[in-house]
Write a protein of this length. Structure first.
Ligand code: ATP
Length: 363
């Protein structure tokens, strides 16, 4: 059977375990040898006990767990060619030529680069006497399928990334809790949510918590946002509302590209309206806890589809990323999605916000 390895890389997210489980079981079902690589690319570079063969029961009782049981890491070595050569050796030694990478755009970029270099790396390993001519010939091609695990929903090409829905559940639980205490004391709460340069979590959090104001990176507020914010809060109180909720994305910026921090907003509210104002930074709670039903199903479907894609690949097949399009799992060219995701980041850096939103597409 074919050798497949699955690993998680970059920041963790809920639902990664469901994906790992699906890859292992679908792979075994189809007669493959499936391996875990622990601690992302670091495990691939270090080899040894970091690359372990999985069996059916090694992924029992993990679908409901948050995070990733096989560990994730950022890895400097893999950014260097020397590190990737070590990784190639560790894979060839075990007969692994199929990779399922679960991570963000950085992890997927690394995987693509690895594939482009694969044949050359093997030539060098052969020259160094590290692998045999038979191995060189047999393992000539590396196949890659990527899954996007991220709570930020910031990747182009997929409607939802694995983990976003669970993060929203965490956020909603927290906003509901804050709303009840804010009501009692007639307070104003500023809630900071994650998402890096993507406002998806903040927008959905604002919609579902009846927030009065939301700050997101893709739509910096007008120059006079301080006045508009105060007018809005005051207006709500004047009609009898006992509290105000303001959601701020961690990447929120003004029209000059400068960060808008929760502290800045608080100062505006306190100085102008003298409201009892508190800040809640949700932080890593958002990435933790059990995955939602949606993320468990999403991870499972994506993991199974990744194995199918690898099984159907031939030497001309380019790396793909498994995406959700409507309710369909689809395969898209990995590098095109990564390039578009990077183009969004560039548009944001250039303060071309409308372009960024357009490029990002449906997600
Ligand atoms: P997150 O969205 O959580 O940040 P990510 O996958 O984008 O996830 P990164 O830290 O960018 O996170 O990348 C994870 C790892 O992938 C890096 O530590 C590195 O080992 C590898 N990697 C990223 N970019 C490259 C690259 N250009 N070349 C080789 N390896 C890379």
């Amino acid at each position: 059977g074919k050798g497949i390895a699955v690993f998680t890389s970059g920041g963790d997210s809920q639902g990664m375990n469901a994906a790992v489980r699906a890859v292992v079981r679908m792979g075994i079902y189809l007669g493959c040898k499936v391996y875990f690589i622990r601690e992302g690319y670091q495990g691939m570079v270090d080899g040894g006990e970091y690359i372990i063969e999985a069996n059916w029961s090694s992924v029992s009782s993990i679908i409901h767990k948050g995070g990733t049981i096989i560990g994730s890491a950022r890895c400097k070595d893999f950014r260097e060619r020397e590190g990737r050569k070590k990784a190639a050796y560790n894979l060839v030694e075990r007969g692994i030529t199929n990779l399922v990478v679960i991570g963000g755009d950085g992890s997927l970029t690394g995987a693509d680069l690895f594939k482009q270099e694969w044949a050359d790396l093997l030539d060098e390993l052969l020259k160094d006497g590290k692998i045999t001519p038979e191995q060189r010939k047999k393992y000539n091609h590396l196949f890659i399928a990527g899954l996007v695990g991220s709570i930020d929903n910031d990747f182009c090409g997929t409607d939802m990334t694995i983990g976003t829905d669970s993060a929203l559940h965490r956020i909603i639980e927290a906003t509901d809790a804050i709303v009840s205490t804010a009501y009692s004391h007639q307070r104003t709460f500023i809630m900071e949510v994650m998402g890096r340069h993507c406002g998806y979590l903040a927008i959905v959090a604002a919609l579902t918590s009846e927030a009065d104001y939301v700050f997101v990176p893709e739509s910096p507020p007008p120059e006079d946002w301080q006045r508009r914010l105060c007018d809005k809060l005051e207006q709500e109180r004047n009609v009898g509302q006992r509290l105000n909720i303001i959601i701020v994305a961690e990447g929120a910026i003004d029209r000059n590209g400068h960060p808008i921090m929760a502290e800045d907003i608080k100062k505006v509210v306190v100085d102008n309206l003298h409201q009892d104002t508190r800040i809640t930074v949700l932080g890593h709670v958002q990435r933790g806890g059990n995955p939602s039903a949606f993320d468990r199903v999403l991870g499972s479907r994506m993991g199974a589809e990744a194995v199918m894609a690898l099984m159907e690949a031939d030497e001309n097949t380019e790396p793909c990323v498994i995406s959700l399009d409507g309710n369909q799992a689809v395969r898209l060219p990995l590098m095109e999605c990564v390039k578009q995701t990077k183009a969004v980041a560039q548009a944001m850096a250039d303060k071309e916000w409308e372009k960024a939103v357009q490029l990002r597409g449906k997600s």
